[in-house]
Design a protein around this ligand. Structure first.
Ligand SMILES: Cc1cc2nc3c(=O)[nH]c(=O)nc-3n(C[C@H](O)[C@H](O)[C@H](O)COP(=O)(O)OP(=O)(O)OC[C@H]3O[C@@H](n4cnc5c(N)ncnc54)[C@H](O)[C@@H]3O)c2cc1C
Length: 386
């Protein structure tokens, strides 16, 4: 991949940040159970240091609009950034988290952008996305959370589940249905600030990969008129924009994850001797190395292709679905083969492999399960739309 000078500079800076700051914290992350309060394995001091160092390095607001003092970097550059971040199991988001940024930048009013987007970009606010419900996850058009217009604004009622960051986020973008229409009809986005009366966190749910999600209810939750994000009933498309943004990021992160797993596999295979021969000289191991290397290369080309199209303003929903399936399954297989190569050592919780494998596993579910994306891809192709 040939990158321009700016991309190389940013990528190398992120690479150093990952090597000098994130990877040294991995031993701590491996030992630490994630905290039920903040969903993080890092102490407040460790987290603050990562914020301070990454800010000092100029790594905040990388793809934020220039009007908010962001660098407005192209997606091709951002893909290189996410690939580097994917290499470490120390989870850290360079402020701001891109998907909600994209959604708010696309449909937010000037007032909402000043109130929420600017401080979000400046790393002063955090956010969550609130779509999934007990009866609608992979099929978000099935949501039943209701939003009713009142004289003063809106009232929300419904139940949401699997919401990352719900307890910690300063605000959530919540999807609800206005009116009695079916499927995408009526789906509307709202900004819900933390502490709003009627938002009740029911429980924290520990997930694979040491992540936490939350179940919550909206019980006669009153929102002001200004909480409406975008147009009434027009929330599905901006929500998709957000999901597509995350899927491209996940594709790039998976390349970093798989590359790390492959490095661990190769290092072990070069020195481990069984039955008088190195594992590196066994065909079974060589084929894993060859296949994973090939799939990493293919995923990188897919990410680059989709990123270039985004930078040209093209619709990449189809590419994002293909990438989401291909890259998450590739990263999962890379971790699995690396674990197999390391034998019992690969089964320990003492290596980053275990975390990478778990992370790749959950990635096959969130932002849409593989099967749902395969269905969407096939329908587009069979329907002659691609
Ligand atoms: C770690 C994690 C974090 C998450 N964070 C958030 C968040 O912050 N906000 C949020 O709103 N949601 C979040 N989610 C929810 C996530 O988006 C949903 O779990 C996901 O979309 C799948 O929905 P579901 O769990 O209801 O599964 P379902 O939709 O019930 O699907 C279950 C399984 O059925 C199969 N299946 C479903 N549909 C089809 C089909 N058409 N064809 C073939 N097979 C099919 C698939 O194998 C699928 O895995 C998170 C999930 C996880 C795991």
């Amino acid at each position: 991949m040939i990158f321009d000078e700016q991309t190389v500079l940013i990528r190398d800076t992120v690479r150093k940040f990952v090597e000098r700051e994130l990877i040294p914290l991995e031993l701590h992350v491996l030992k630490q159970e994630v905290s039920a309060d903040d969903g993080s394995a890092l102490s407040p001091e460790q987290f603050q240091r990562l914020r301070d160092v990454s800010k000092e390095l100029g790594l905040w607001g990388l793809d934020a609009p220039e009007e908010f003092d962001g660098l407005n970097l192209p997606q091709v550059t951002m893909a290189a950034v996410f690939e580097e971040l994917g290499r470490s199991i120390t989870h850290f988001v360079l402020p701001p988290d891109t998907p909600n940024l994209r959604m708010m930048a696309a449909v937010g009013t000037p007032e909402q952008k000043e109130k929420y987007l600017r401080p979000y970009i400046e790393g002063r606010l955090t956010s969550a996305i609130c779509i999934s419900e007990p009866g609608a996850g992979g099929d978000p058009a099935g949501i039943t959370t209701k939003a009713l217009r009142t004289a003063d604004g809106w009232v929300l009622n419904g139940r949401k589940i699997w919401i990352t960051n719900a307890r910690q986020a300063d605000f959530m973008i919540a999807m609800a249905r206005v009116g009695d229409g079916g499927r995408q009809e009526g789906i509307t986005a709202f900004i819900v600030e933390r502490g709003t009366a009627g938002v009740n966190i029911q429980r924290a749910i520990p997930m694979v990969a040491d992540t936490l999600t939350y179940e919550l209810t909206f019980d006669d939750c009153l929102l002001p008129e200004g909480a409406l994000l975008g147009q009434v009933g027009q929330g599905y498309a901006p929500m998709q924009l957000r999901l597509v943004t995350r899927r491209l990021e996940m594709g790039a992160r998976c390349i970093g994850m798989a590359s790390r797993a492959l490095e661990i596999l190769c290092e072990h295979a070069r020195q481990r001797v069984t039955f008088g021969e190195r594992l590196a000289d066994r065909q079974a191991v060589q084929w894993w190395v060859a296949d994973i290397s090939t799939r990493i290369h293919a995923a990188r080309l897919m990410v680059h292709d989709a990123a270039e199209k985004v930078d040209r303003g093209e619709d990449v929903r189809h590419e994002a679905s293909m990438l989401k399936v291909f890259a998450t399954e590739m990263a999962y297989d890379a971790c699995d083969h690396a674990m197999q190569t390391l034998g019992a050592m690969g089964m320990t919780k003492e290596l980053p492999l275990y975390h990478l494998w778990h992370r790749a596993r959950i990635m096959r579910i969130y932002e849409g399960p593989s099967e749902v994306h395969r269905q969407t891809i096939a329908r587009r192709v069979l329907g002659g739309r691609r």
